[in-house]
Design a protein around this ligand. Structure first.
Ligand SMILES: [Zn+2]
Length: 320
């Protein structure tokens, strides 16, 4: 006696028929599809109260971190291996776009053409994220290094023609004092050439003291990495994001050992002190942190752990 219910019988029959059809119709798999090798568009969006924050990737660059950090190279190599990271280390260059609802504010601009072919993708990421450079009202630069100001100018033209540029006064002073090359030949374009057109157009407003730049975003001195290195604090709806620039470069080493500095720091003692102060503030308040060189999108929280911090990267979100 057949106990299989009629529905199950017809499903079995349908499955057998479909399988036969697939076997008959499927083409033989001679070759795999060509590899595509591109990454997802370089942006990540997060709501912060009423503000929309978009992390923008400028690309990545391989850094010989074992040669750059101020600790024995072997110690660095062991720490990187423990985090399954190669040396040289593929290092992100991130910028952040904040739409406050009344102002569109960009924090850092990537490297432009100043740091090799793997960087300079900021404008592509900005456009992929749904914005145009001409919409940016204010550019806040954390410091004057090429991987933060290089995106201000492209092919001799300002990239953000409608923006006011804000940069720590001490960095502006250091840039503008930089001596021309001794041999009289025109130097390779550098940070000074990125800032100068904004100064000439009277679009440069140096940051002279801590305080609000646009409603909801204020500057906080964090000198040491450069003389004018500045953190930008974004606040909306009771939530806070600290855009910390280059307070950290190598998370695999410097979260556990914040005393380890890097040769890019112009004043290593002050750089370590600024890192400790701002990270302590972020951990205590449970604020978001956005960093220029942590793995894209470079956004997460800090939790105190002994003499250092644990890094808790942002959860993926569709901003529903
Ligand atoms: Zn940097």
């Amino acid at each position: 006696m057949n106990r299989t219910p009629r529905l199950a019988r017809s499903l079995l029959l349908a499955t057998a028929t479909a399988t036969a059809a697939v076997v008959a119709l499927a083409p033989p798999a001679f070759a795999a599809a060509p590899m595509v090798k591109t990454q997802a568009p370089g942006y990540f969006r997060l709501m912060l109260g009423q503000f929309e924050v978009t992390a923008l990737s400028d690309g990545t660059v391989d850094l010989p971190v074992d040669q750059l950090l101020k600790e024995p190279a072997d110690t660095t190599r062991k720490a990187m291996a423990a985090h399954f990271l190669a040396v040289p280390t593929e290092t992100s260059v991130n910028a952040f776009l904040v739409n406050t609802g009344t102002k569109l504010v960009l924090v850092d601009t990537g490297a432009g053409a100043l740091f090799g072919p793997t960087l300079g993708r900021l404008v592509a990421s900005l456009k992929a994220a749904g914005y145009e450079p001409g919409q940016v009202d204010d550019v806040l630069v954390t410091h004057m290094h090429p991987d933060h100001v290089g995106g201000l100018v492209a092919a001799g033209q300002v990239v953000f023609p409608n923006a006011t540029l804000h940069l720590g006064q001490a960095d502006v002073d250091a840039l503008m004092k930089a001596a021309p090359p001794a041999d009289g030949k025109p130097a390779e374009p550098g940070p000074r050439d990125m800032v100068a057109p904004y100064a000439a157009a009277k679009h440069l407003q140096p940051v002279v003291a801590d305080g609000e730049i646009v409603p909801g975003i204020r500057a906080e001195a964090a000198h040491g990495h450069t003389p004018g290195h500045t953190v930008y604090v974004v606040e909306s709806g009771g939530r806070k994001l600290l855009l910390v620039g280059d307070l950290i470069h190598v998370g695999a080493v410097q979260f556990a050992h914040p005393e380890v500095t890097i040769s890019f720091d112009s004043d290593t003692k002050a750089a370590a002190a600024a890192r400790a102060k701002v990270f302590h503030e972020a951990a205590k308040e449970g604020a978001w942190v956005g960093a220029a060189h942590l793995q894209f999108p470079g956004i997460g929280h800090l939790k105190a752990n002994g003499a250092g911090w644990d890094w808790l990267p942002v959860n993926w979100t569709q901003n529903r």
